[in-house]
Design a protein around this ligand. Structure first.
Ligand code: NAD
Length: 499
């Protein structure tokens, strides 16, 4: 579809009474509508409980008012929303849904285009896809696309089973696996920063970069997601998808063209070059943590093991730090450090590219003996880029001092950047799968992560809980870098807002 063409489709949201639909999907759809980016469309909300269309429309209205920026056309927007009370295992329920879909397709002239958005618990993904095929909802005259939320499986084996199930009804080209980090403005910016700037790409290799650090820290604890999180942990919840996706964008070769296939194949090559960490090596390359009690904003908070639906002896990690090596010509010898965790000191997702020191320090620097050049990409909550350079300290003498060149995304645009979900929904409607995860990426990242969970699952971590709530994780995570002569650049001090 050409960029200026407006998409036309029937959007079916499975899990329409859930948290994701309410907080993200309805407000995002509304934003697209309000910007005039949707042409002909209708939405069917599908969920278990029974609701009338009017009750459902009211919920959508409330969701947009609460989480978005509602305006006068909200009534018109919600008038296109319909509700279907559904049992995911019952064919007759799908057949009734199919009838409703046909009616809406005709009434709204939707060209037989259908988006099936699965915003519900992953154990239903396979069953739904199989029923969509069996009960003929995928027999369409236009396009059919499956948009599917994380987690995509629990390990490689379960991901393969799920993939096989959904592939019975949809081809790989029709599957849009959501990784909402790929919808974030500054994650999408990684490629532009790298490939549109003559001053970076020549330096983007092991001759000039000493290490790369990717941090994604949360201040929240597990909240009410204990049941899910106990089976997942930070490795599966964050590393397998979001962290490895960011690494692949940082490390990939320039694509020949900016097409979905070219970009994906370069990303896949990064995953293929990722050094597997197996058996006892896991202890040298990875650190796990679990939060203990502590204080956040001067409020006492409980340890992970005291949270609801969490085993009091839980061995689940709420923090992971790791050192990744990409064994190819460009990156040989350059560590990519990643860390992610809950209940940490700051909510921050940042990438720090640390350049190698110049061969000889001619200038005395008061603050530190060395001030390496850094390129910091601020992903969230603030969005921007900071370049750390050295300049002459004003006045007499030849002392150097660090200076920061700063680009704050929000400051320039004066607008909130579009939510990741808004962009990804729009991409799926337009048929652009670039910012979704291909099966090859899913499979390779699970095989990398499975080697680590295999070791962790078989050994209890006796030091748990090993970091205080409100800290930046366990000491071992600092040691991981210290052993290589590095340290984590503190996320709060390099904030774009503080520059
Ligand atoms: P939720 O528990 O809030 O909602 C689940 C929805 O599924 C509800 O609408 C419920 O009615 C429906 N449902 C459950 N069982 C059903 C059944 N047997 N038949 C028909 N409908 C049924 O879940 P959520 O937080 O909205 O998450 C949905 C998906 O999105 C999950 O895969 C989750 O991992 C993923 N996700 C959620 C978020 C988030 O912010 N909530 C973020 C990223 C990914």
């Amino acid at each position: 579809m050409a960029h200026n063409e407006k998409p036309t489709a029937l959007i079916m949201i499975f899990g329409a009474t859930g948290d994701l639909a309410n907080r993200k999907l309805f407000p995002s759809l509304y934003n697209l509508y309000a910007k005039g980016q949707l042409d002909k469309f209708a939405v069917v909300g599908v969920a278990r409980r029974s609701l009338t269309n009017e009750e459902f429309q009211l919920r959508v209205k409330e969701s947009v008012t609460e989480h978005g920026e509602a305006a006068a056309n909200l009534d018109e927007f919600v008038s296109k929303f319909y509700y279907h009370s559904h049992d995911v295992t019952d064919s007759s329920s799908y057949i009734a849904l199919g009838k409703l879909a046909e009616e809406l397709d005709e009434n709204y002239r939707l060209d037989g285009n259908r988006i099936f958005y699965l915003a519900m618990a992953p154990e239903f993904f396979g069953t739904i896809a199989e029923h969509l095929k069996k009960d003929k909802l995928t027999n369409v005259t236009g396009f059919k696309r499956l948009v599917i939320e994380k987690p995509f499986g629990h390990d490689l084996e379960s991901a393969k089973v799920l993939n096989k199930q959904i592939r019975t009804a949809f081809s790989e080209d029709e599957i849009y696996r959501i990784d909402h980090y790929l919808g974030k403005e500054m994650v999408q910016n990684i490629e532009v920063i790298r490939f549109a700037n003559a001053m970076f790409e020549p330096l983007w290799n092991n001759r000039y970069i000493s290490n790369i650090q990717v941090t994604s820290s949360e201040t929240l604890g597990v909240e009410e997601r204990g049941r899910y999180y106990e089976k997942s942990g930070a490795l599966r919840d964050m590393v397998q998808n979001h962290m490895l996706q960011m690494v692949s964008l940082l490390a990939m070769e320039p694509p020949i063209k900016l097409t979905t296939d070219e970009i994906r194949s370069e990303k896949v090559r990064v995953f293929r070059a990722l050094r597997p960490i197996i058996g006892e090596e896991v202890n040298d390359y990875f650190v796990r943590g679990q939060y203990g009690q502590g204080s956040m904003n001067e409020k006492e908070v409980p340890a992970y093991r005291q949270e609801e639906m969490v085993d009091p002896d839980s061995n689940t990690e709420t923090f992971v730090a790791g050192k990744l090596m990409i064994d190819n010509f460009r990156w040989a010898g350059v560590p990519f450090y990643i860390r992610t965790g809950k209940r940490m000191k700051a909510k921050s997702t940042k990438i720090v590219i640390q350049f190698k020191d110049i061969p000889m320090d001619l200038y005395y620097q008061r603050e530190q003996t060395v001030n390496p050049n850094l390129l910091v990409i601020h992903i969230q909550p603030e969005e921007g880029i900071t370049l750390h350079l050295n300049a002459k300290k004003s006045g007499q003498g030849t002392e150097a001092t660090p200076v920061k060149l700063n680009y704050a995304n929000k400051g320039i645009d004066g607008l909130n950047t579009p939510e990741a979900y808004e962009k990804l929904l729009y991409d799926s409607l337009r048929g652009d799968a670039t910012n979704f995860t291909h099966w090859d990426e899913v499979a390779l990242s699970w095989s990398f992560v499975d080697n680590i969970s295999a070791v962790w699952e078989n050994t209890n971590e006796h030091s748990f809980p090993n970091y205080e709530s409100g800290s930046m994780g366990p000491e071992a995570a600092d040691k991981l870098l210290k052993n290589d002569g590095f340290f984590w650049w503190p996320v709060t001090e390099i904030d774009v807002d503080n520059c």
